[in-house]
Design a protein around this ligand. Structure first.
Ligand code: C5P
Length: 402
């Protein structure tokens, strides 16, 4: 699967705010995801955290002075700037933001930021009045106008004890932004993808429903893989999906009918629809407004069901690539081939229903009209998502040629 951080050289600029301690955790997560992290600490940052903390985590020397790093082939800030795939300043204090906006190069961070052509991400963290000050906002506007991406801080308890805007964005958000910037230009660059995920709940009465155990793991993995490949993702998720990946446009629905409306609205300007959701085939015909009572004289209860619309089969939008899933318990390939044709799909992912639903791994076969079935080895849903994204990119490429 696309691993946007693997082998990427990331320069992490740390400036002098109390949130500098969180940059140690951020550096560690980047390293765990395969990045080659080079930390620069400003003089003020060194008052809050030790360069050694970053050296121990990144296994690289830490830069604290613009006069270092001129040995052998290395030309100090120039080399660091030229070899970076991404520069992230986290935390960025009001002072460092002002200096960066002003183009100061009196320390290693300022010099690298002026010398680099890599994308720049800035994650501000400061006292809430400093954050809202016109000077800070004007400096950020200047940086944005130069293509710098600003990861807005979060609201909450600040180190001063006050509450307000100014907390450094959570490490997961910093990671998601870094993945997004590094994924730009991937095989799905500029594509808009709508993905559905999880099971739907069909109400019987206000407290009961018909549902299934789909966790949404496949939909989430697909959303992340598509974003890592440069796509913009709308994720329409049912109630069984606990959390959605950071960076998607989230749409929450409960029933199949709600999912149908959400899909129809989202695909208007989309390039592909991936229906990974386990949509309930039937819904109670007459959901009760009141909780159904047990009848002491009856051992059985009748529930009339009506068919839900087949969402993906009902969509025919010129140019929209349609990807479906077939979770089967028997005659896998024959049933999946029949669904591929009946629903007018460009790709169907066939797998064993019992082994797949709720599991972390999947053994799938991909069917594409006019192509031999591609039987894949058992792999994690994240890896399977990567293969599906690669096939989707190939389908887009064939669209351009034809
Ligand atoms: O017919 P079956 O449910 O096996 O088809 C599976 C595929 O069709 C999946 O991609 C699923 O998300 C989609 N589907 C749908 N609307 C339904 C039922 C399934 O779009 N009502």
């Amino acid at each position: 699967m696309p691993e946007p951080l693997v082998g990427k050289r990331i320069v992490l600029g740390v400036s002098g705010g109390i949130a500098a301690y969180k940059a140690i955790d951020f550096a560690s997560k980047l390293v765990q995801l395969g990045a080659d992290v080079h930390a620069i600490l400003t003089a003020s940052a060194c008052e809050f955290v030790q360069p050694l903390s970053f050296a121990a985590i990144t296994h690289n020397s830490v830069h604290t002075s613009v006069f270092e790093g001129w040995e052998g082939e290395h030309s100090g800030h120039v080399t660091l700037a030229a070899t970076a795939d991404l520069v992230i300043v986290a935390p960025a204090t009001a002072n460092s933001i002002a200096k960066i906006a002003g183009g100061f190069a009196d320390d290693m961070l300022g010099a690298v930021l002026l010398a680099t052509q890599a994308p720049i991400l800035i994650a501000p963290a400061m006292e809430h009045r400093m954050w809202h000050h016109a000077a800070t906002q004007a400096n950020l506007e200047t940086l944005r106008s130069r293509g710098v991406r600003v990861i807005s801080p979060e609201a909450g308890r600040l180190a001063s004890g006050a509450a307000g805007d100014g907390r450094l964005a959570a490490v997961d958000r910093l990671l998601a932004e870094a993945r997004c910037v590094l994924g730009a230009g991937g095989v799905l660059n500029g594509k808009r993808i709508v993905i559905t995920s999880g099971g739907t709940h069909e109400p019987i009465d206000p407290v009961r429903f018909i549902g299934n155990g789909s966790s949404g793991a496949m939909g989430n993995a697909l959303a992340q893989a598509a974003m890592d490949a440069g796509a913009e993702v709308t994720l329409i998720a049912g109630p069984t999906v606990a959390t959605l990946p950071i960076g998607v446009t989230p749409v929450r629905i409960t029933t199949a009918l709600e999912m149908q409306s959400a899909v129809q609205a989202a695909i208007v300007d989309a390039d592909a629809l991936i229906m990974a959701a386990a949509v309930a085939d039937f819904r109670p015909a007459h959901p009760s407004e009141h909780k159904l009572k047990k009848n002491p004289d009856e051992n059985t209860q009748q529930l009339e069901l009506v068919k839900n619309p087949d969402i993906i089969a009902g969509i025919s939008q010129p140019g929209l690539v349609k990807v479906g899933f077939a979770a089967e318990t028997d005659d896998l390939i024959a049933n999946a081939t029949q669904k591929l044709q009946a629903k007018g799909l460009d790709l169907i992912v066939a797998n064993d229903a019992v082994a797949t639903i709720g599991a972390s791994h999947s053994q799938a076969t991909l069917l594409i009209p006019g192509h031999e079935p591609e039987s894949l080895a058992e792999m994690s849903k994240e890896d399977l998502a990567g293969v599906i994204v690669a096939r989707l990119a190939e389908i887009f490429a064939r669209q351009v040629i034809s």
